[in-house]
Design a protein around this ligand. Structure first.
Ligand code: SF4
Length: 366
């Protein structure tokens, strides 16, 4: 497109970039979302600090991971080929979870690696605990000393005297095996503290504490609390929740607060804290009574026969009878019961329950 007179003046005064360079832009090329993977070993960008000089800098783009939350989004470290230092972090478009999209903490990882107080070496306490004295030791010294202490404890049979604590557990499958091999049950982490309540619920319900449902293809997305903008896995989940909503999915948010997530919901249920199970039970009763449950899943994946034998040994162990008895079991969990427990209008319990009940197998919960 031809330049206007004003643009010509602005370009000469270097108020705006040189528009004539569009076809003369060298290796850094026209505007684009991400450098192509073929260029990652030799990526060229202009040095922003050298502006208005057009100084090219060469980078090697190295895939890495952000671990500022358990989403573990993909990052690309821009390693300056001249200095060998990381200059910045950007999203990695080839990461299957984050797909190049990160929250602000991802690029801010540069602050961690450049932190002047970052501990770069093993340190051993000097003097009494609390007096602030530390000395630098080698990795070999640290490993020898720590492993000798662990071994001495284990040899006495005092497995309860070894506690393993890690900041963010990203390697737990492996570490759990090590601890089990030692016979140690002292495993703690940031995660055990910050999300133990939610994870316990997941673990008890479906034996897996880190669910990632298919929000993109959901018909109804049911969020308990504020996962869209602040919960765990929020970035990879949030982008898929938005995709699902753009495709027509309804969003139901159960949260006492009118959070950012709740403000975006089709249905916001400000339940009294701790009353959520009453709501779930009432909705389960609605689904059962209307026959909207997934029969094949219930029949093959739920231990209904064990329940029949334990609670109703006098009855025929048949799935149809199980459903009839389950409806009797849930009889008290009426919408009125849930409304009273949750302190929300009964109409809202029924309205949102009908949306949940009508979702079929395309209900995503988190
Ligand atoms: S959501 Fe943000 S903090 Fe969490 S891993 Fe992704 S970029 Fe890092």
């Amino acid at each position: 497109m031809a330049k206007t007179f004003i643009e010509g003046i602005a370009q000469k005064l270097r108020i705006i970039p040189n528009l004539d360079r569009e076809h003369d832009s060298g290796n850094y090329g026209p505007l684009r979302k991400y450098p192509a993977a073929e260029e990652w070993n030799e990526h060229i960008e202009l040095d922003a600090n050298a502006w208005p000089e057009r100084v090219e800098r060469k980078y090697s783009l190295v895939p890495t991971t952000c671990f500022n939350c358990e989403s573990a989004c993909g990052l690309l470290a821009y390693v300056d080929k001249e200095t060998g230092q990381v200059s910045k972090f950007e999203g990695n478009p080839h990461h299957p979870g984050s797909r190049g999209r990160n929250c602000a903490k991802g690029p801010a990882t540069i602050n961690q690696i450049q932190d002047t107080e970052r501990i770069m070496h093993p340190m051993r306490r000097v003097g009494a605990r609390g007096n602030g004295g530390w000395e630098r030791i080698s990795w070999d010294e640290a490993l020898d000393e720590i492993s000798a202490k662990i071994r001495a404890s284990l040899k006495t049979g005092a497995v309860d005297r070894v506690v393993y604590h890690v900041g963010r557990p990203g390697h737990e499958g492996f570490m759990n095996r090590v601890l089990r091999a030692w016979g140690v049950d002292g495993h703690n982490s940031h995660t055990n503290i910050c999300s133990a309540g939610a994870r316990t619920g997941y673990a008890l319900w479906h034996k897996f504490d880190r669910p990632s449902p298919d929000h993109t293809n959901a018909k109804v997305i049911l969020l308990t609390s504020s996962h869209l903008e602040t919960g765990h896995y929020f970035n990879p989940h949030a982008q898929r929740i938005l995709e699902g909503m753009m495709d027509g999915a309804k969003l139901i948010v159960i949260d006492p607060r009118l959070s950012n997530t709740a403000a975006m919901a089709d249905h916001w249920l400000p339940t009294w804290p701790g009353s959520e199970p009453a709501l779930f039970l009432a909705w389960a009763k609605m689904i059962l009574e209307r026959g909207l449950y997934d029969r094949e899943f219930m029949e093959t994946q739920v231990n209904w026969d064990a329940w029949m034998k334990a609670v109703h040994p006098e009855e025929a162990c048949e799935f149809e009878r199980f459903i009839e008895l389950l409806i009797v079991e849930y009889a008290e969990y009426t919408p009125e019961f849930a409304a009273e427990e949750c302190r929300i209008p009964v109409e809202q319990v029924i309205e949102a329950g009908e949306v949940v009940a009508g979702a079929g197998s395309r209900l995503c919960t988190h």
